[in-house]
Design a protein around this ligand. Sequence first.
Ligand SMILES: Cc1cc2nc3c(=O)[nH]c(=O)nc-3n(C[C@H](O)[C@H](O)[C@H](O)COP(=O)(O)O)c2cc1C
Length: 220
Amino acid sequence: MAVMLLFLAACTTNNSQNNQNVNENMEKEETPQAVEGRMNFGSRHALVTTPQPCVMIATWDKHHYPDVMMAAWAGQLDYTKIVISLSKHKTTDNLAETGAFTVSFADEHTVAESDYFGLVSGNDVPNKVAKVGFTITPSPNVDAPIINEYPLTLECRVVSFEDGMLIGEVVNQSADESILTDGKVDLTKLKPIVFDAAAVCYRALGNNVGQAWGEGKKFQ
Ligand SMILES: Cc1cc2nc3c(=O)[nH]c(=O)nc-3n(C[C@H](O)[C@H](O)[C@H](O)COP(=O)(O)O)c2cc1C
């Protein structure tokens, strides 16, 4: 959550009221005590809470063109909700119009396309989805496009968008057969990438190194 708040502060600097708040907070900030024996970065250094997911948010614009953007400041809020920290983009204008979006996951096969969607705004390149050769299917559940080349997609309704925090309710999750094993999503097939804020790069996921709610039992 700390990363989200820092990102929020960094990306709302167009707004003069927010600018003032950020400046006031920076003035109030105390110099932190150094933790002995470690490198101490304070709080103004780019925070490293990696890995962060690389989610791809797809929306319709007012002319019904599909738009998609990359977001790394994202997470799951509860069993059916997700949260994403967003500054102002064409995507946020679209969200205000439609109240809906889809979320897919950048993977090893789509690194360049996904990075492009984070580099370029739909305001400047209205057909950026088609520009990389991607195709779309309208979601049957929400007013948003599904990008066919991303094999795992959440269809979401906007619950709220306040102070740069988008909360969405997932109404359906769909997956291409190619990423399933025994009917379950298989991350070794999906091959999602994560954002490394320290090296400012994308990384592949590694091996399964232990059972969740399992490996720790030896200390019980
Ligand atoms: C690695 C990476 C991560 C990003 N994460 C976020 C994010 O979490 N929130 C955000 O508002 N923008 C984020 N962006 C920036 C948007 O993806 C970018 O501004 C995009 O062009 C917006 O597209 P749009 O104007 O068509 O909506 C990220 C970009 C990259 C490359």
